[in-house]
Design a protein. Sequence first.
Length: 326
Amino acid sequence: MKKALFNSLFLFTLLVLVSCAPQLKEGDSISQKVNSQAFVMVFAGSGTFPFGRTAEATVFHPFWIAQTEVSLALWKEVYDWATSVERGEARYTFANEGKPGSHPTESSPQHPVTMINWRDALIWTNALNEMLGLVPVYHSNANLLSPLRDSTGGEYKFLVNEEPGSIDNPFVHPKSNGYRLPSSVEFERAARWKGLDSANGALEHPLGSGLFWTPPLYVSGAKDVYTNGRAVADVAWFRESSNQGSGMQAQPIAQLIPNDLGLFDVSGNVWEWCFDWTLGGENLARTTRGGGWKSEALSLVVTEISGLTPFSLYDFQGFRLARSEW
C-alpha cells in the first residue's frame, strides 16, 4: 500500500514539474560560447508550413538554428583546435582554411566565413561538436562511431563520391545532440516564420491556425515583395546594397534588420549550405539557399533553391548552424 502511494505521489510530482516547465516557443534563444567567440541559437519549432510557391512541407522534429552565419572568428576558433598537431590521429584535415567575406584586405573576423566548400562545413560541425563534448553528426561508418575528419576528398577531390560513408554521402547520427547543417526545409521554415504577424501579405497556414508565413516572392524579413529594392535593402545585402563605398562585397554579420524569428542575413550576404542534395536531379550538387552579396533580389526570395557541387568554392558561399537536441 505504502509503495503504491509512494509511486502515485512520485508520478503526480513528475507531472506537476513537467506541466510547470516553461514551453519553448519560436524565437526563444540560447547563447553559446567557443572560447572567446559567442554565438546564439534560436528555437525554430516544428510543423507544417507553406513550402516553395505552391506546396507545403513539414518539419517533424523541433530544431534550433543559428541567429547568424558562421563568422570567420568562430570558424577559426574551431579550425585551429581541430587542426592542432596535439590531436594526433584525431586531427582534422580541411581542404580549405576559410576566408573573411569576399575582400580579405577590407574584411574583419566578424565577416561570414567564405571560400569553404560543403565538405569543409560538414567536418567543421563535427569538430565543433568534439570540441564541446557533443556527439558528432556525420560519420564514415554505419556504427556511427567514426566521425568524418577529412574534407579533402582524396581521389574524389573534384568528383562527387556517392559511396555510403564518404565525405559526400556520410552516415548521419539520428540521435546526435550536436551541431549540423540545416536541411533545406528547415532553412525555409526559419526564413518564412512570421508567427502571429499577419501584416504585409503574410499567408496563414494551415488555414485557421493563426500562424502566418512570409509570401513566396518576399525576401526573409522584408515588408514588401522583392521588386521593392528599399524593402530588400533593409534586411539583406545584395547587388544593389552591398557596395558601401569599396565595391560590392560581403558585409559583417548581423548589421541589418532581423527576420521575424530573430535571424540575421537569412537572405543575402552569403549563400548558405544546406545538407540536402538538390531536388529533382542526380546526386551531384548540395543545396544552397538565401542568396548572396552580388545576387539579384529575385535570388534572395524565401523560395529560391540553388545547388553547387560539394567541392565548389566561392567568396559568396558560407553557412549557418542547426541543432536538433539540447
